[in-house]
Structure formats: structure tokens, C-alpha cells
Design a protein around this ligand. Sequence first.
Ligand code: PAF
Length: 281
Amino acid sequence: MKIIKSIRQMQKWADGQRRRGKSIGFVPTMGALHDGHGSLMRAAARRCDSVVVSIFVNPTQFGPNEDYARYPRDAENDAALCRREKMDVLFMPTAEAVYPEGHDTKIRVGRIGEVLEGAVRPGHFSGVATVVAILFEIVRPDVAFFGQKDYQQTVVVNRMTRDLNFPVKIVVSPTVREKDGLAMSSRNRFLSAEERKTAGVLFKALQKGKERIGQGERDAAAVRDAMTLLILEEPAARIEYAVVANLETLEEVSEIKERVVLLLAVRIGRTRLIDNLPVRP
Ligand code: PAF
């Protein structure tokens, strides 16, 4: 596996692949890799001739009071995981290379970036869209892989790719879960042993919501209340949002007439966790 830090070298390697007629799969990450990322890498390897994984903790998607400084960084283990998954390139650009002095261009994401995560984390999706666009331009992949765990991010990236005509196919892979259903996330490592037990409540709540819809409940408020009540049983959990939303616009629905997505953001201690579940009535 090649480790590339320079943008120029990354572009040269990708140009070479394209000249040889080889397709490029791309898995953009912020590192602290786990098996959720592993599953994206395997999906990319199955579909493409070569795979590039990027690790870049993107400062522009963190708000001033968020966890940019303490976001987990674990370059050695990350490189080992990429090697085990037989990745071709690990691309690790520096912040100075991605955002050189004077960098002043940002992608403004519309309404889709302002609801839910975007309302709690203003500017977050502009940062995500901007860095994904920069990385797409450097790697120029044929196919890029994102995890469904960050559901709103997948909607934003799909929209941006379509609106800006990036010649990239976006593949969204299912969320990988621990035994108790907790969605794998780099931030799970912040949870204490006690908090880790509590964190299983997110998936339980999503399943409760799905169960209610399966039983014929069509009132979104009743489904939302069922999820909320279950989470409230855990004193250490603080709900930021629990919603039943349209799959594409992420606007909350009042009546469940077609496929919807249940979305949760819950704080357990100092750690903020998100999860989601698309459900067909
Ligand atoms: O999902 C992530 O890890 C990040 O938001 C991404 C897509 C790599 C952009 O920084």
C-alpha cells in the first residue's frame, strides 16, 4: 500500500491509473477507522480495480465549540487496517495543503444542510461538501463510498454530486453495528464503560419506532413519542432530536404514507451520537 501525503503525487497516481484504464474507488474518512470503514473499503474493492482511502480530519466541518482538537487520531492503527484490507493508496494530506493560505472558496449547501444536524451544527455541511468536492477533484474517483450511518451527509453529498455534475457514482453502504445494535462510529471510543452500555438505547429506540410503524401506526408524532419515551428511560441520555422525516428532503412528516427515515441525535455524557433507520410502512 502506498501512503501519499502530497496532493500533486495523489493526482499523478490517479492519472496513471486512469491511463491504464483502471477504475478508482474512493473511501473518504477522518480516520480513527473501524469496521464500518472496513466494510466501505471491501465494497470499494469488490467494485473497483483500485481503491484510495483518504484520512483527513477536516477543520471546516467542526464548529468553534466542537471536538476538532480532541477528535481521535490514530494514524498507525488506521494504516494497519488499510493494509489488512489491501487498499492501494492511503492519502493523508495536511490541513495546509488542503486549505492553503488565502483559501476562500466554500460550497453553500441549501435547505438540506440547514435542518437536523445542520441546525445543531451550523456550517457543518458546507465544510463537508467543500472538502468532499476538493477530494473528488484530487482523486477523481469513478465511485465514492459513504456510510449510511451519516444519513444526512449522504443526502448532501448525493445532491452536491448531482448539482455540480461530478462524474462520480455515489454508493451508500449499510450501517455496521455492534452486537447490541450501536452503530460503529469513531466517537464511540469517547464513551466510558457505563456510557457504552447506555448507548445501545439509540438502536432500541429506532427499532421501537419501526415496530410501531409495522403495527400500523401512521401518526409520525406517536412514533416519535415512542422513540423518545424509550430513550428517556436512560437518565444519562439527552435527546437532541428524534424525528420521522422524508427520505430525500429530511423535512419532518406528520403522516407516514411512504418510506420515511427515523433519525436520532442523542448525547450520552459528553459524547454526541447519531443514528437512523429507513422504514417502509
Ligand atoms: O464522514 C466523514 O468521515 C467525513 O464527514 C468526510 C465525508 C470524510 C468529510 O470530511
